[in-house]
Design a protein around this ligand. Structure first.
Ligand code: SF4
Length: 100
């Protein structure tokens, strides 16, 4: 079983949820400074925590999490989680699917 088999909701429908839902995406919080700016670790952790708090009250957080797990974004905060953590979750889910 693959992770895609667990939920047949089309990606387009999930994206519609994000676009037409009430995503409170704030570039300063959810993506942070550009690639040419060094962000100190403590600043990044504080920014990501603040973004996570915004996401925690988001009405479309479930769709956001599923979209992120299926599209594997390279950066940013999705459903309150950093992209690297989402990648770990996605990889673990795929591995579980391979043995199930
Ligand atoms: S969970 Fe966060 S990033 Fe995802 S749609 Fe909601 S506010 Fe936007």
């Amino acid at each position: 079983m693959r992770i895609d088999d667990l939920n047949p909701v089309p990606l387009g429908d999930l994206l519609d949820d994000l676009q037409h839902g009430e995503c409170r995406f704030d570039p300063e919080l959810h993506t942070g400074p550009d690639a040419f700016t060094i962000e100190p670790l403590m600043d990044r952790m504080a920014r990501e925590d603040a973004a996570g708090e915004v996401c925690a009250s988001c009405p479309v957080i479930d769709s956001c999490l599923e979209f992120a797990l299926r599209t594997n974004p390279k950066n940013g905060i999705w459903a309150g989680l950093p992209a690297a953590q989402l990648h770990t979750l996605s990889t673990s889910a795929h591995k579980l699917g391979e043995v199930a």
